[in-house]
Structure formats: C-alpha cells, structure tokens
Design a protein around this ligand. Sequence first.
Ligand SMILES: Cc1ncc(COP(=O)(O)O)c(C=O)c1O
Length: 545
Amino acid sequence: MIPSVGHMLAETHLHPDTATRPANADSTSAPDPASSTAIGSAPAQADSAIDPRQHTAPYAEALRSLAAEDWQRLHVPAHQGSRSHAPGLAEVVGEAGMSIDFPMLFSGVDQENWRMINHDRVTPIMAAQQLAAEAWGASRTWFITNGASGGNHIATTVVRGLGREFVLQRSVHSSVIDGVTHAELRPHFIHGRVDPGLGSSHGVTPAQVEYALTEHPESAAVYLVSPSYFGAVSDIAAIAEVAHAHDVPLIVDEAWGSHFGLHPQLPVNAVRLGADLVISSTHKGAGSLAQSAMIHLGHGTQARRIETLVDRVVKSYQSTSSSAILLSSLDEARRHLVTHPEAIDQALATAEEIRTRVKNDTRFRDATPDILGGHDAIGNDPFKVVIDTRGAGITGAEAQYQLIRDHRIYCELATPSALLLLIGATSPVDVDRFWTALQELPRSEAEPERPIVLPGSCEKHLEISDAYFATPQTVPFAEAVGQVSADALAAYPPGVPNVLPGEVLSAEVVDFLRATAAAPSGYVRGAQDSRMDTFSVVAEKPAAG
Ligand SMILES: Cc1ncc(COP(=O)(O)O)c(C=O)c1O
C-alpha cells in the first residue's frame, strides 16, 4: 500500500527539538489563511510563549522522512542519492545531504500525496513558509534560493510592474542596480549618510524620503536598505508612513537583518514596522545555508496591492530545480532561531564581551557611537562589532590580512580604518581566541597611510540601462577618467556600486577601484578586468563641459 504523507510524517526521523513538542503540534496541518495577521496587528516579536508549531520544521522533516524510504531513484538529480554514484560529492555534502536532494514537485514533499498534482494541496513547503511568515510577522513569506541578490532582482521586477520611476537609496547593493538595469527602471536617488572616516554607508531619514517623493510624485515605490552593512538601522516605521501617505509601497532590503524581530534585544524587523516587501538574506545572520533567503510581504493596502504581482514574479525567477537542501535549511534555521532564544542570548553575550574589551582597550576603539551618530540611525545591530583601527598603528585591511595569515581568523570586512566582525545570531564566539590574536597584531611606530576610504558620487550622463546595453569599449585606466562607465563597479564587500552604468568615471573613483583591486582581499564586483588596469566604457564620449 502506498503510504500517505501523514503516515510518512509520523515516521519522520525527528529532529531533537521535535521530540519535545506537544502532541497536538501537527506538522501537516494546513496553514490557515484566515489566521494571517491583520493590518496593524502584526504579532509582537519574540513572544515568550513560543507557538508549539514553531518547534516543527515541516519541509525538512518531510524530506528526511522521504529519504528514509528504500527508493529506487530513476529521476533527477543524476547522483540519485547514492555515495557510490558520486563519492566526491558525498565527501562534500555527506550522503545525508545527497539523500534529501529531491527535485521540486516531488510527491510527498512539494505535493501532498503520491498523486503528482493535487490542486487543493497544502504541502510541507507551504506549511514551512507559513511558519516563517508567522515567525517574522509577515502576511506571507516565500523561500528563495538565489540569495538576497535574487530577492532584489524579484523586487525590482515588482517595481517595474508598478511603474518605471521610483525612489531608491543610492547605497544599495549592486544586485538592486542589476535589477534596475534589467527592468529598465529610472531611479530617483536618495543619498544616505556616509562615514568617510570608517568607510561605510548608512541609512536615510524619513524627511529625505518625504522630500524625494514630493520632488518626484510619479514615483511608484520607495526602495531602501536597512540595516546598513555596519549595522545602522533606519526609522522604517516613520518611512513607511511617509511612503503610504504618498500611496506607494515601501520595499526594504533587510539582507543584513534576517535575525531581527526574533529576540527582545534585537531591533524589530521591517515587515513588523510597516514595510510592504522585505528581502531577507537568511544565510547572512540567521544561520541557513549560503544562498538561501526569504521574501516577506507586509500587511495593509500596499502589501495587498502587490501580493499577486510578487507571487508571479517569484515564480518566474525560481529555478524549476530549486535546491531542497537550501530550502530545508531555511526551515531549520527558522525553527532553531525561534525556539532557542538562549542561543541568541549566548551569542549576544559574546558580541557584547568583545565590544566591552574594545571599549576598555587603549589601542583599538569601539565604533558603535559612529554607527549611531547620524539622524538616519535609530538603532544598531548588536551582532555587528566595528573596531576602529585608526590610531592603532595598523590599517583595518592589514589587520584583517594578518589575522587570516597568522591566526586563521576571518573577519567579515576590513576598510583602511576599521575591522567589521559578524557574529551569527545563534553562534557564540571564542572571545579569548579573537582577543589574544588582536592584541598580537604588530603596531608600527608611525601611523600607516590610509588610502582614500570612499570616493564621492560620479555625475550621471546616461540612464543606467541605456549605458549598460550600449556597445562597450575597453580602455586603459588612465584613459577611462572622463568617460561613461558601462558597468556598475562595486568594491566587494560591501558591494555598494561606487560608479553606475551611465556615470562619468572620476579620477577619484578610478584610483579607489584600482586600490581596492590591489588590496590583499580586494575584489571589484562588475569588473571585466579584475586588476582594474582597464575599464569598460560606453563608446560614445560625453560632450566636453
Ligand atoms: C544590502 C545587501 N543586499 C543584498 C545582498 C546580496 O545578498 P546575497 O549574498 O544573499 O545574495 C547583500 C550582500 O552582501 C547586501 O549587502
């Protein structure tokens, strides 16, 4: 007899957490659309009473259950779950990983039963997305497998469905600019706060958004990034009010805040504060596998207005072979974060311990006051620790390099004047190991020269997509100054384009990008030539003057 999914789930190899869940928690239960949170009543974050259903991971459990059966696999992927077919692959992901690598629409996982299609189905993947929506206070959540980059491609295509012009924070990630290019959008930029000393870009204020929407009333949406790479959190609640007063949706790239809203000591997440569409890079801070991410839909008129459009666009971007391993990692990351607040406590304590030691140190400086020092920031991410290396006799980049070379400690990012540490939301750090290594860094008598930290903006000459799709020409760097860039070029990380397609390359930006490419861990995203000896420019030159 062919077993039903209910039967399979009963036999699931339970995650240790599941064993403690109450008997009435049913991972197969259908998400109740009526139970979706209504406008203005998004669930309070980090409720001390955890919904028992959050102890389940319906999709991951269904996969494990399926893999436990004795299958003869005559379907994609070709390794068909066996170590003997692909021993090298088994070394990489383990046979357990291979065994759950089922294709999409597989009966029992993406389908409710052994029939191939059941149109009224509520499948484990749907139940998993519903639990994520509830955890983050969204009205609906989609799991995606091309990172927040893919989320930004989706969200920019959604903007195209609303209009062509929109208000966009200039310091967005280059994936947003890629989306703008492909969808041929016309952004009206808001320039957020830049800290030239630390070499970081932060957020924008509600007043700036109000001004931009008033200046450009034809704008179809507002698109921002919060938190910034260094952890500055913008006033999303006030900005959402501004956007809604102008009758447009607020889209927030919350790639760096995927853990927000799940603990009382963390900032509230954007969808709970009134944002309509939120891109969350779950792998960055919340512990799923690299490249897995989520899109959350908010509550209210604007969110409802775009829901169908978002769903259509998500489907059009989704691979027809989305990785079950990535998708299940989202399900497990949500379960762990929501049900283990004590793990977040421990990780927070280690982040705070490093910050305290830096504060009391005579050589390095805690840069938290700088992050919080602008009108744009109403909070910061405690899991980002920014260590100012100015006055420490070493640049941030050199410190990062020596920590890697001599101590096998890999920090998230370095600028000439800072080191940025990222602590995973449930990943406490060995503070003593880091601290000992930091103290062992050599110090030069004279302060080292610090190259320019961030170049100013370049002047716009052509629309982004017009420049990107124009015939490009490769020129030596010395001839590139004064010509129109064909590419978005971004020092990576953080990946904020320093010049956009259609902007005139300044001497400052050319120098900066060349210095970035020459740095020990330097990489310029979008470059055709990794050394930046040549630049790709639009064949037609801007008229002089
Ligand atoms: C603000 C922001 N958005 C999106 C992304 C892309 O995220 P992913 O690596 O998940 O594609 C990044 C990556 O650094 C980012 O900084």
